[in-house]
Design a protein around this ligand. Structure first.
Ligand code: UD1
Ligand code: CA
Length: 458
């Protein structure tokens, strides 16, 4: 198959979204509508893509960048007029072009592929993707003759009583022989109830030239659902979410409560990992095998290695090593690297830090801008004092160091290997290897003080 192109129509205003953002840049499962459509044409094996943009064109262009060619439709004079704007890029092409709408993200690559195959095998000049719906109001209707041959598409606003009864609708997705589409576009007029150049009129024009036209009826109308408002956006989100969760379950991931789990489009999860209810896994997150995630954890753009456990915690732009246990109620902030067999316990915050293998940070600790070695023990309530009010500083803790409870390490400072910081110390100077640092007031005991003061226990 040579000369295969796709045109994605995305110039419309999308008024009913009530948004400053272009409709096609609204996201489902973390990915803009337009990118879902683009990805499905790639899956169908079509590399060459023209996007017709108009309203908020700059937003769409800067999002898609170099991946596609753009045709600008300055005034939205109809879907036929939109395709005319792509004409210069198609002239001379001998193959086929598939036309889709930027707001129909649920269409699958395999559906496009099989429609295109059918179109080519039957030597059609045009093939329409259609479906039957219970309520066809608003859609263009497929008009067939008694033998079932497609005759034309009539828009809702141009239908008569009989045509309004027809339940087979135009999805807005078509395959065309490029040359025949270009011929038909040249003959389009806007002589209809909306005064628009309808792409749908090309069907009748092509038939008048004695070329073959056909339709592929899609069993599942869900795939063709367009998005015009935020309600439909949420419906599409639900459908896509279900597809994503099913894919993971097929791959061997246990998702205990699919209705209470959110997984983004680009998340990868290994076999035998269990995802508990309330989890949100987003971005380019990659979770290994045999992990336990959740309940109620949010993991964004992070790598979690095999056998790790993340409970009721947030992990953002970071990595967590094999067999490490995080949470409950820990917060791993961006640019953190947590090693293997580490324990990060409750109410621990880690930011822009490295935590070595076998280290324990069991509770109530802040580690910011620090390099913590292997097999370190960070006592309860210990704090890396990384901010002096103006600048952040880094602290280093060596392997096998022991940081006592409630110690402050005022950055920049270094605690060397095997060193011991006594509980309650405020460390402002480096602690040499294998030594003890105590930096606190000595305890004073005043015997019989209560009696002397004439106080009594209650
Ligand atoms: C269109 C079809 C209708 C079909 C329906 C499926 C026509 C005339 N009608 O109707 O048969 O049932 O889709 O959803 O084609 N667009 C532009 N420039 C324009 C007009 C539209 O780029 O000047 C884009 C829109 O951004 C959108 C797509 O084309 O992505 C469809 O436009 P829309 O106005 O939604 O068409 P419908 O009236 O729904
Ligand atoms: Ca529409």
């Amino acid at each position: 198959m040579k000369d295969l192109s796709a045109i994605i129509l995305a110039a419309g205003e999308g008024k009913r979204m009530n948004s400053k953002t272009s409709k096609v840049l609204h996201k489902i499962c973390g990915k803009p509508l337009i990118e879902w459509v683009y990805d499905s044409i790639q899956e169908a094996g079509i590399q060459d893509c023209i996007m017709v943009v108009g309203h908020k064109a700059d937003q769409v262009k800067s999002y898609m960048g170099q991946k596609v060619k753009f045709a600008l439709q300055e005034k939205q004079l109809g879907t036929g007029h939109a395709v005319m704007q792509a004409q210069p890029m198609l002239t001379g092409m001998q193959g086929h072009v598939i036309i889709l709408c930027g707001d129909t993200p649920l269409i699958k690559g395999e559906t496009i592929k099989s429609a295109l195959d059918y179109h080519i095998e039957n030597d059609h000049s045009a093939t329409i993707l259609t479906t039957e719906v219970d309520n066809p109001t608003g859609y263009g209707r497929i008009i067939r003759d008694v033998q079932g041959n497609v005759l034309k598409i009539v828009e809702q606003k141009d239908t008569n009583q009989d045509e309004q009864e027809i339940k087979e609708i135009n999805s807005g997705i078509y395959c065309f022989k490029t040359a025949h589409l270009l011929n038909a576009l040249a003959k389009l007029n806007n002589d209809n109830s909306q005064g628009e150049y309808y792409l749908t009129d090309t069907i009748e024009i092509i038939l008048q030239n004695n070329s073959k036209v056909g339709a592929v009826k899609i069993g599942d109308p869900e795939e063709l659902q367009g998005i015009n408002n935020r309600f439909q956006l949420s419906e599409a989100e639900r459908v896509m979410q279900q597809r994503i969760l099913h894919k993971h379950m097929e791959n061997g991931v246990t998702i205990i409560s699919p209705l209470n789990t959110y997984i983004g489009a680009d998340v990868d999860i290994g076999m035998d990992t269990i995802v508990y209810p309330g989890c949100i896994l987003e971005g380019s997150t990659k979770i290994g095998e045999n992990c336990v995630v959740g309940p109620n954890s949010r993991i964004v753009n992070s790598v979690i290695e095999n056998d790790a456990e993340i409970q009721n915690s947030v992990v953002i732009d970071s990595s967590v090593g094999e067999n490490t246990h995080v949470g409950p109620f820990a917060y791993i902030r961006p640019e953190s690297t947590i090693g293997k067999n580490v324990k990060i316990g409750d109410f621990v915050e880690v930011k822009k830090s490295v935590i070595g293998d076998y280290t324990k940070v069991s509770h109530l600790t802040y580690i910011g801008d620090a390099d913590v070695g292997q097999n370190v023990n960070m006592g309860c309530g210990s704090v890396i004092v990384n901010y002096d009010g103006q600048k952040k500083h880094r602290t280093t803790i060596g392997d096998n160091a022991f940081i006592g409870c409630n110690a402050n390490l005022v950055s920049p400072v270094t605690v060397k290997n095997n060193a011991y910081v006594a509980a309650g110390s405020t460390i402002t100077e480096d602690v040499p290897e294998s030594s003890l640092a105590i930096a606190r007031e000595r305890q004073v005991v005043k015997e019989g003080w209560m009696e002397k003061k004439g106080r009594q226990h209650k």
